[in-house]
Ligand binder design. Structure first.
Ligand code: ATP
Ligand code: MG
Length: 700
């Protein structure tokens, strides 16, 4: 029997409940009528409502494999699956089986795109064995092409490889042309328009020749694929329901994909918050969510949610104060019934070091008062802002995990091993090949290039390795090298045994290249453990490249689930999450908003929303840190320097009354009596985190 007004929806408020069941025919569980947009403010239960909707569908008999669920990160998607599963298990009296496995089409746009592209590759003239380049690989390839074209000589001040990639990516994601993008977004590169045009053409050709796809291609090809009506129908027909969280951060390609999959909008549900749009710098456009209702006929139905269940009234008032001064009008009216006496705090400290000390003191106090470390988070604009804090945490033996900065994959040794695997998968991938070959002593870029050229023409590129022009010093290692690659190609090792095979080959090189080889070796073993969670080499490579585990993350190690650790995260990576206590670093002009932008007003507005996102992560306590002096690390053009800073312009005098002001340390400082974490033993994991952090920072 179908469950319609079941108890599992009891916890929801009226609007949430109507969003869960909206448009779903209770007899057939198909979506009838108009598509659905849930647009609502932070903490109003958008994600929770979406999870309930998924659960509702499953409980009522929809095949989970016919649900496409897209979220902004793999972590967020996994969390959604977990929640949906919990709800439906409860609803069905604890009887559901392996729903986690069944909701196979939950993930990021990029991850889902990659899987669909492999399924349909041949139909769109793509080789299904393509490899995926992460941003760094893409920048490397851009660099190779730049060199080949002779654009890279330093005296000509041609844009750097990463600037070139940003410009290219911007064109792709906004579907605008170079002469639209350059004057507005990269004005200092305008004089290079002709060269950039040429470069991008050559870059695209190089990708095709090598059968590699970059992140943007995954969306581009996907959009192209579904612009073919027959394919769109076929792919769209695989899913009865398509649901998207954080819709405000999608770009034009993503919205055109959704529209092509579900042209009438039937079965389509998107949720988001226009006030939290923070990815315009990557081509996302808040127009997507605003234009969503009108993209269909009849227009999409809109449900708004107004009660915030996350934050105290004081935190919400402060966050509303900040966003209320925005140029655009966000029409939401958020309220909370979690009243409190405690206002959020603006904490004035002298510098980075004091900022770190203050936070550590408070974190420990919270912990003594019974709040776990996991319930607390320190948020920052860019990854390197947490340097001083990491030092202080390490000194005081407080375990932490950093999200959104260095990724597990970023350390050199992990990249090496992955490159071997990738190259074995696709020997035409020049970036991978370059990296792998240069692991051999005596092989530098020039000889690597010669070998690659030699392979390029051959029908059997790996076969051609045997008589490749190798430098004399490399000869003794060459045979073993070729043997390893051939074994990998032939797949005589069973996944994930392939990684162990590579590790055994790589170990002597690791010893030769790194002093801390044993720490790195432990990481590689860790990598094998991670790999065993993936069904195949190809799935592992795809998902790891698209959304690598953080420097330490839940997936990265089994023990982590039970350990307590402090969350360190960029604001972007904290999207959708919540913590009892939140500290935001460097809430000063120059950092928020950053002085590295072009100073255009849209950019400033995006920074305001960023602060809003940070503040609305907090449930009970919020500290905004204001160092008088903060240290800016070397952006190429700026160098390292101290700057004197003032409270961010987003908190002008008019709204200062919504905060409490603190100066720290207090004017008359007593003897410092550093607390330590007491009964929590120092765990190995944090040593590993630090090891990873160190190795990554030095060697990437
Ligand atoms: P964000 O904009 O930050 O992504 P959101 O709108 O997705 O936020 P959720 O994360 O879904 O909000 O919910 C915020 C918090 O409120 C969660 O802890 C959730 O469990 C809780 N919550 C949501 N709805 C209700 C409800 N009806 N009753 C009690 N708690 C609720
Ligand atoms: Mg959410």
């Amino acid at each position: 029997p179908k469950v319609t007004t079941a108890t599992y929806l009891d916890k929801l408020n009226v609007e949430q409940r109507s969003a869960v069941v909206h448009g779903i025919d209770s007899a057939t569980t198909t979506h009838i009528g108009a598509p659905l947009l849930v647009i609502a403010g932070a903490g109003s239960g958008k994600t929770s409502t979406l999870a309930h909707r998924v659960a509702h569908l499953i409980v009522n008999g929809v095949d989970p494999r016919r649900i496409l669920l897209m979220s902004f990160s793999r972590r967020a998607a996994a969390e959604m699956i977990r929640r949906a599963e919990r709800i439906s298990v409860q609803a069905m009296g604890g009887k559901t089986g392996a729903m986690t496995d069944a909701l196979t089409w939950a993930g990021t746009f990029h991850g889902i795109g990659a899987r669909l592209l492999r399924d349909y590759a041949e139909q769109i003239g793509l080789d299904p064995a393509f490899t995926i380049h992460d941003r760094e690989d893409s920048a490397d390839l851009m660099n190779l092409v730049r060199h080949e074209l002779g654009f890279s000589t330093t005296e000509r001040r041609f844009p750097t490889k990463s600037t070139c990639l940003s410009i290219y990516s911007r064109c792709v994601n906004t579907e605008l042309s170079l002469d639209d993008i350059l004057p507005t977004t990269f004005p200092w590169c305008s004089s290079w328009e002709a060269e950039l045009q040429h470069l991008f053409g050559a870059y695209v050709e190089a990708k095709q020749r090598q059968n590699v796809l970059d992140y943007d291609d995954l969306l581009l090809y996907w959009a192209q694929m579904v612009s073919e009506p027959a394919l769109a129908e076929d792919i769209g027909g695989r899913f009865d329901h398509v649901l998207v969280d954080e819709y405000q951060d999608t770009n034009r390609l993503q919205s055109s994909i959704l529209l092509a999959l579900k042209p009438g909008g039937r079965g389509l549900t998107v949720v988001g918050d226009d006030a939290q749009s923070i990815y315009a710098f990557r081509g996302a456009t808040v127009r997507n969510i605003l234009d969503f209702p009108g993209a269909f006929s009849p227009a999409a139905d809109i449900i708004t949610l107004e009660q915030n269940y996350r934050s105290t009234t004081a935190i919400l008032a402060a966050a509303n104060g900040v966003i209320g001064l925005a140029k655009e009008r966000f029409t939401k009216n958020l309220w909370s019934n979690r009243t409190t006496e405690t206002l959020p705090q603006l904490v004035h400290v002298r510098d980075d070091a004091d900022q770190a000390r203050f936070i550590v003191e408070r974190v420990l106090e919270n912990r003594e008062a019974g709040m776990t470390l996991k319930q607390q988070a320190v948020l920052f604009r860019t990854s390197h802002h947490s340097g001083a804090l990491e030092v202080e945490l390490t000194r005081r033996n407080i375990p932490f995990v950093k999200f959104g900065g260095l990724k597990f994959l970023d350390s050199a040794h992990i990249k090496d091993v992955i490159a071997v695997l990738r190259w074995a998968e696709n020997p035409r991938d020049r970036v991978a090949g370059f990296r792998v070959m240069q692991l051999l002593p005596g092989v530098g870029p020039t000889s690597a290039a010669k070998v690659m050229d030699h392979m390029q023409g051959a029908a059997d590129p790996i076969g051609a390795l045997g008589d490749a022009p190798t430098p004399p010093r490399a000869r003794s290692d060459w045979t073993h090298f070729i043997e390893t690659i051939r074994t990998l190609r032939s797949r005589s090792a069973i996944w994930p045994g392939e990684l162990e095979l590579i590790r055994r080959w790589y170990e002597p090189h690791l010893d030769r290249m790194h002093d801390d080889a044993s720490v790195r070796l432990a990481d590689l073993i860790q990598l094998e453990q991670i790999a065993s969670g993936y069904p195949s080499r190809e799935r592992f490579l795809t998902e790891l490249t698209l959304d690598p585990p953080d420097a330490t993350s839940d997936q990265a190690g089994v023990p982590l689930l039970d350990e307590d650790y402090l969350n360190l995260s960029t604001i972007h990576s904290a999207k959708g999450q919540e913590f009892q206590s939140v500290f935001v670093l460097n809430v000063v002009d120059g950092c928020m908003p950053s002085d590295l932008g072009t100073g255009q007003s849209q950019e400033i507005e995006e920074e305001r929303r960023l602060l809003y996102v940070a503040m609305t992560r907090a449930k009970d306590d919020l500290h905004l840190m204001i160092p008088q002096r903060f240290f800016v690390h070397g952006q190429a053009a700026y160098g390292d320097r101290h700057v004197y800073a003032a409270r961010t312009r987003f908190i002008p005098n008019a709204i200062v009354h919504l905060f409490d002001m603190t100066n720290w340390p207090p004017a008359v400082a007593g003897p410092t009596n550093a607390k330590s974490i007491g009964p929590v033993p120092r765990i190995d994991l944090s040593a590993r985190i630090r090891g990873m952090w160190r190795s990554g920072a030095q060697n990437v």
